[in-house]
Design a protein. Sequence first.
Length: 116
Amino acid sequence: MADIHAWVTTANGFDGFRVVRGLGVVRGITVRSRSAIGNLGASLQTLVGGNITLYTELAETARREAYELMIQHAGQMGANAIIAMRYDANEIAQGVTEVLAYGTAVIIEPVQAGRP
């Protein structure tokens, strides 16, 4: 289970696996803003309506970066999985948003037949 990416869930565990050790909370934080030119482009998109792709891309990039930082943090702690993963976002200044990915770093192992 070297690749933690395959072992991240919003649930509290994985079917067929058990948590043998909890390592604590892991997190990845990024703070993003859109440039003035990007804001102008997004403003023009709002006139047309629909998906504001410039903001969608910004949000997706921020979430991806926060997720990757969380994965790195879990790896540094020696985890092979993350359970109870969540995202949160807060505006910390006008046009500046913090995105947080967090969860519980754990070590899991397959459940063996006849063993709880």
